[in-house]
Each structure stands twice: as structure tokens, then as C-alpha cells.
Design a protein. Sequence first.
Lengths: 263, 358, 437
Amino acid sequence: MAEKLLVAGVDVGSATAKAVVLDRDGRVRGSSLLPSAPNLSGVGREALNEALAEAGAEAGELAAVAGTGYGRAALDFAALRITEITCHARGASVLFPGTALVVDVGGQDSKAIRMGPSGEVRDFTMNDKCAAGTGRFLAVMAGILGTSLDVLGPAGLRAMKALSMTSTCTVFAESEVISLISQGEAVPDIAHAVHQALAQRLAGMVRMVGADGPAVFSGGGALNPDLVDCLQSLLGLVFQIPERPQLTGALGAAHLALRKAGA
Amino acid sequence: MGRTTYLQGQKAAGRKVAAVWPARYPAELLWAHGVCPAEVWDPPAGQALAGAHLQSYVCGVVRQGLEFLLSGGLAVADFLLFPHTCDSIQNLGSLVRDLVHEPKPCLFFYPPRSGGSERAAVYLEAQLRTLSADLTRIAGPLRDGALEGALALGRGRTAAVSELYALRARGGLNASNAEFYGAVRACEYLWPEDAVLHLKAFTKTHAGRQRRGVPLVLSGVLPAPSDLAQRLDGLGVAVVEDDLLVCGRRFARAPLPEPGDPWKAVAARLLALPPCCTTGDGVEDRAAFLAEQVERSGARGVVFLALKFCEPELFQIPSLSGAMRARGIPVLIVETELGTTTPAGMMTRVEAFLESLP
Amino acid sequence: MRVASELRFRWMKDVALPVLLKARERRPRERPRGESPLGPPLESTRSLKRLMTRHYALARYAEGARPVAWVTSGAPVELLRAFGCYTVYPENHAALCGARRMGPEICAHAEEAGFSRDLCSYARVDLGHALSGLTPVGRLPRPDVLFCTNNICQTILYWFKELSHGEGIPLVMLDTPFIASGEGTPEVFDYVAGQIKDAVPALERITGREFREDRFHDVLRSSIRASALWGDVLATMRHRPAPMTVFDAFVHLAPVVSLRGLPSCERYYEGLLAELQERVSRDVAAVPGERHRLMWDNIAIWFALAPLSRLFAEHGWAGVAGTYPNAWAETTHYLDLADPFGSLAKTYTLIFLNRGLDYRLGLMEAMGRDYQADGLVLHSARSCKPYSVGQYDLRQALAQRLGIKSVVLEGDMTDFRTWSEEQAKTRLTAFFESLDG
């Protein structure tokens, strides 16, 4: 039997499922990103298989698999289950050594994580129960504006006018956006106001854990350039953005699997 | 045996039953009048009826208590007692009596906020006598020596709970979190002698080496949601102490000197309970109390269960958690709500906290 | 040092501020009235602005010159005045922040420090101010003493304990037990009066000043008079058409809340009352064409006061009564110079927020009749539990007893993040339609 040379991290979130396969030297050999599904275990396995296929490898070659994300408990094939907080922190410090702060905006959760010098979690905070402050908030707003998440970010960058949005409760914000539309405000201006409102919520979370040091923005929210801009100017910080920010948690999980495998 | 069945048995034995809202009240006085208090903290109840009376921003303890009352869950009670614990419970009591027109008598009790002052003790004693007059109308007068007898029952119950807590803190209790809180919370409705028997039996059955787990202290109002203790078991958390308002904050950890006068003794027992935000105790006192619990039990951190819309608790959590951090004690704050199950996000936070412990 | 502060304070108070404020007023500030549905604005508003601006402007010079006390709205401030304390009301300050739409910005500082968004927004504004220094009034003086009474809510107690803990400032607290039914017992009043007496040596220690009984009596007399004048001011709204509205009352109650016991407060209400009585004699309406009369329950929605006032007026609605403004005229009749401590205890323990809902129902019913209200707006303020818990049933009971329709507005005093202007407008418009129906 061939020596088991690979490890994997699988991150099953509310919106997407992600997997990363590493070799023993910590190099990424394969990865995947799929829309999530109610069958958490199934979609996790699917993400893993896709990443394995990209790596040209098979499940039998895996020395360890770590599961994370809100679906982690369902990942029966993962020997290791670790929270997305620890995984995002690890992933960010692998990509950008010395990272002291991670902001992650995912579908259902957003979080701010403060880390110590060796990437260990010192403190963290997450959004409260309502959807305000998460990717879900942006998705709802994009829906009302008749556009998609990919378009919302670039649109916000084209804003010409500063509109103010006060509500960060999704339901109230919805009615605010609708009234802005009915007042004939332009989509880019509204999009920017939405980002500004979300960024304020995130900035509050960041300040709760402490807002300084090298910072990384991960999760799907990092793909929204206007949101990142808004948060940067609110905090006076520059965020590093991973090339594929949504994979940060899976990458961190894979590295924790690697440690477990004793490499 | 369920609570209601038990309480019906109490009535059959000639006692009266009081539905008592949180948190601090002179149980001894009720016992002395032959009244068995059954506390209403987080009864199993939906939201259907209370919603017509209470806004959505009112805390779950108040909402569920009202729901339980309106849906007939407290039919067994002869009367209701509302300690003035917070603004919401105060208004609930008045709402139930004045506007919902609950036919059962509604009594009120006000724990003074001015700490251990002599004036507070005097006022407290005056209130005990007023309450006793109300109880006389409902359950009959105090018999000679009844108050002294009730005080002895109280000492016995406190001793039994203390022993159980001490055993757990020393690592000598082989019980899950769920089992432990199930046992202690039975005191919420058991007649004190039954409570002592129950606690002693539990202590005896479960004495032994503690299960392995990360030792933590819980702070807050309730171990809520209701499945929380069980979920903590699943994560490998061993709760070793608590300053939960429903449990650890309601009995003194060490025996108290008691004045000879039984009325003064009942008042003194209330005034000597562990520090609590609801009676106006400051952060310093609570921090010292919690730190001592951590030290004595060897806990590795404190988890604050921040009950949604609970003003007295929520005001102190920033300073209290800060005071713990300043002592080098790791803390986690999680927002909780009464309800049927623990949300996944909350368990993720606890897990991440465990992962981050040094 | 003390002498320098004293001189600076006096110079500002007697020379500089009067000149400065006059100069500011001379600037033309004619606002185009446009098509306002409201009647002519009250002349007294100008003196009110002068009075309150002076109060806040002078506050920062009080540091070092006078003992500075931060006080809750339901506290027996008369005692502090006997020590010559300069008083600042965090609740009044928070309302001001709310009116200037600064609530969420200041609250955010408290929230970032860990204070839950579910907590009272007055407290969050105050704690946020303590953490950030943000305020629309330049600067608040650092308190030498915190003085609080839990007759309006228990929140006050947690909040002032937190201020005291965070800033290391001595706290004097009066515990006023809740009166669930009846008129209170001698034991309750003894307990409260005893605490007020105990506060005297405590305040002597903290302020370094002696308690002067003659001064105390003067202050009490002034306080009684100011409250009575305020009661007369409110009573002018019984007239049809009402010469001012409850929205005006919200604005004009600032002095009786925070300057009660000072001569300037009495003088102010003498002027306001005279103006209103003159209006009544000429039937000048605050809402021209007044068709309906409304009672408001709970604290104001400060950030929406003006738009709401306009919206009501547009539909011919005059707000004529409110449980909140009434609170400062409600119990002062208990004050008795022959028994200052005992009567202060009664005055401050028996306010409606410290009593059972049956009492409140009776009070609202009487107000509804006295002021001939034909509609009721209940502001359900998520910040304020003692005021809001029970409103749904009060509403039902009043509908039965008075036969009036009512509407609930979900809102807050300062935090407009939980307020939806559109939703409120729709709700109110539907309410007006149902009444005109």
C-alpha cells in the first residue's frame, strides 16, 4: 500500500462547501468550491472528491481529513472536527504569516478573530443571531435591487452620492432600500449605502476584539471590493485578501489535519 | 414524578402551593406557613398566548412564565408570588393581577437594593411581616415555632446543596452536567425535606471520580437553552462551579451565623446570599466571588451565558468579563435565549473557546 | 485653584455667556415656514433654548467651582441643590443626543465595549459618551458624585453602578421600593426617608460643603412652585383648541426635569404659562383646525419628534396629553416643608412608574377624560421595560373604559436603527383613516 501523503480540509458552510487537499509539505494540490446543499455530509464528500480529482489522487491516499464550518458535525469521514474560527485563523496565518486580525464574512456568520504571534486565537466575536452583518444580508439586498452578489460590489464602487442607511436589521433595511428605490436613487448609490451599513456592523465587531496589526479579510465577503473599502476606511486598516478568500477555512482545516498527521 | 403530580401530592397532604417567579424570596417564610413554593423560571411553554400581552423584546423568562400561566400550566398553584427582581418581572406581576385579571391572589416581594445596610434589614423584616399577613389569609397563621422549624429546613437544604457543589468542585462527583443540573434544579419545587433526601441520594449515587473534561465555570441566569447542559457534555465540558442566578447564586457556600430572632434570621439569610446584580451588588463583589470559584475548582475559564434582554445581567457582563481577563482567566460570552434547542452557532463558539484555551 | 475656578465660573455665568448667547440670537434665524400644518411657534421656545444652552455651556466651567453631580430624572435633586451642586442629567443629555440624531453613533462606542444592543439606549448613549467624549454640547463636566433613585426603573441602578465602577466616582443611591398596590406603607416611607437623611452626611463628605437647611427649604419651595407651574402649563391643553401640543411639552419639560429648584426654572414657566394663557384667551390653536385630540404614552421618540408632530398636525390631530410630561407635575403636592425628608420620600416613591399598572390605568383614564382625548398613541420603547411592559393590555383596557382607538408604535428614544419611518407612517396613516372612517 502506498504511503499516505495527502491531507484535506473540508469546510461546509451554509452557502458553499469547500475543500482543500495538501501534500506533506503543505502545498495545495487540489481545491473545490460548490454551492451547499441540505445533505451536509453528501455535499462535503462531493467537495472533497472534487478537490481530490484536481489533485489527481484518491481518498485512500489521505492520511487525515479535518472538517469545519457549520456542517462539520455531519462530516462522518473527517477524523478531526474543528470550528471555523480556529480554521480561519490558521488559514490566514498560513497565507500571511504574522496576521493578527481576521475578518470573515460568510453566508450565515461573520466573525472577527484576534490572534497572537504564532497564529493562536486570542479572542473572537461573531455576529448576533439576526442576519444583519452577514453575507445573507448582502444577498437579500442584492435580490431587492434586482442584481446579484457579484455585481453589488463593483456597483457600490461607482457610487456618486452618499445615502444613509440606518437600519442593519435585515427586515428594516429591506424597507429602507425599497423606499430608496421608490425615491429614484441609483443602484450604485444604494449598493454603497448597504455596504457602508454592513461595514459599520463589522467595524463594531472588530473593535470589540481590538483593531490593529496585520489584517486579513476572508470569506465570500472579501470578494466585494466596495465592502472591503468601506471597512478599511472605517478602521484605518489595510486588509490582505487571499486569492481565493472563500477557501481560507478549508485551508486552515487542511493544515490542522497536517499537524495531526504528524508532518 | 412530574412537577405537577408532585405538587398535587403536596396539596393532598394539606399544603398550599405557590407559583413563584425568579429569583430571591424568603422560602422559609412560605414553608413556615405550610406553603410549597414551585418556581417558574423556564417552564415548557410556547409563545402563542403571551404574544398578545408582551412585546417581542421582553425576556424569555417573563414571556414563557406568562405563557405557562395563561395556558393553564399553573392550575395547581393556590396563589402567585412575584419577587421584584427586575423591571420586567415587576410589571409582569402587576399585569397578571391588574389587567389579565388572574383570579388567584398575587403577592409581591421587594428585595431591597441598598446592600447590607441596617435600614435595608429593617425594611426587609417589615416586608416579611406584611407577606406573612398575606400568607395567613391564604394558608393560615404561623404556628408556634414554625419559623424556627422552617429555618432549620433551610439550613438542611443549603447544607445538602453545598455538599454537592463542593464535591463537584473537588472533582469527586461522577455526574454529567445534565444530571447535575437536573438534580439541583429539583429544589425549585420540592418540599425542603424531599429536596434534601433527593440531593443526598444523588450525591451518594454519583460520588466518585469526576468524568474527564475541560473544567469551566458557568455564569448567568439559567443553564439555557434547556438542552445546553447536555450539549456541553457532548463537547467534553465539565462544569465545576457556577454563579447561575437559578442555582449557585441562591445559596450561601458557607454556613451563616444566624440571629436568634427568627424574623431577623430569615432577613439575614436573604441579605447574605452571594453577590447579585438584581439586588444592586457591584461588579467588584461579583468578580471576587467568581474568581474564588475559579480558583477553588481549578476551572480553566468562565463562560458567561448572556440571556437576551436580561438588563441586570447584560449591564455587568462587560466589566465582569473584563475583571476576569485582568486576572488572567479566559472568558467566553455567548448570547442565549430560552427555547427548545441550542443553536449550532452557540456551540461553535464554545468549541472555538475550548480550542483556544492555553 | 478653587478661587480661579470660581472666578472663571462666575465670569462665564454673569458676563460672558449672557453676551455670547444674545449675540447668537441676534443672527437672523428666520426659517421659511412653508406650508407647515402647525400653528405659530411658541415665543417661549427662544428663552427655552437660551436657558438650556446656558445650562450646558456653563456646565463645563462648573468643574472645580461647584460640586458636579450627575443625577437621574426621578431623584430628589432638591437635596443636591442645598449643597450648591451643579447638576447634569444623563437622561436629558441622552434625549438631546437623540434629538440631534447622534444616538446610534454614540451607542456604538458602548456596544463596542461589550454593552448589548438590547440595553436601554439612554444608558448606552451615556456610557458611549463616557467612553468617547462624543456629545452635541461640547463637553460635559466630570461628576464628583453620582446620585440615583430607582423609582423610574432598576436600569438606572445598573447603569449608575457601571458609571461609578468605570470612572471611580462615588455613588449615592436611594432605593424606592415598588408600590404594587395602595398608597404605600409607613415602613416604605421610613426606609426611603432614612436613606435621604443618610445621604446628607455622605454628600457633606463628598462635596466638602455643609448642609444648609435654610437653603434646602428655599429649594423645596422653588421646586414645589416650578412643578405646580408645569402642571398649569400642561392643563392649558385641556382647552379646545389646545394652545400647544404634547410634542411641545416634550421639548418644554427640560427645565422642570433638570433645573427644578432653581429660580430660573420658575421664571421660565411663569413666562410660558402667561404665553399659553394668552393663547387660550384668543383661541390660538397649536394645530389649526384641530379635529381630534390625542394622548401619548411613554417617552418621546426624540429623533422623530418633529416629523411626527407634523404628521399628526397634517391630519388635524393635536396631541394634548402625555403620561411622561405629566410625571413632573404628578406628585409634588406631597412636598411639605414641615416634614421635608418624609415628604420627599412620598413624592419620589409614589410616581406612577413606581406603582402597579392598576394605578397607571386609572391615571391614564382620568387624563383621557380631563383632556378629552379621542385617540391614544402608545410608543412601545424597547429601551424602557417599566414603561412598555403592560402597554398592550393598558391599551385594551382604555379602549373599553374610554371608548377610544389606539395605535402602538414600536420605537426607541434615541436608537433609530430599530425604527422604520416608513412603517410608522403607514401605521399612523392607517390609524388616522380608521378614525375618520
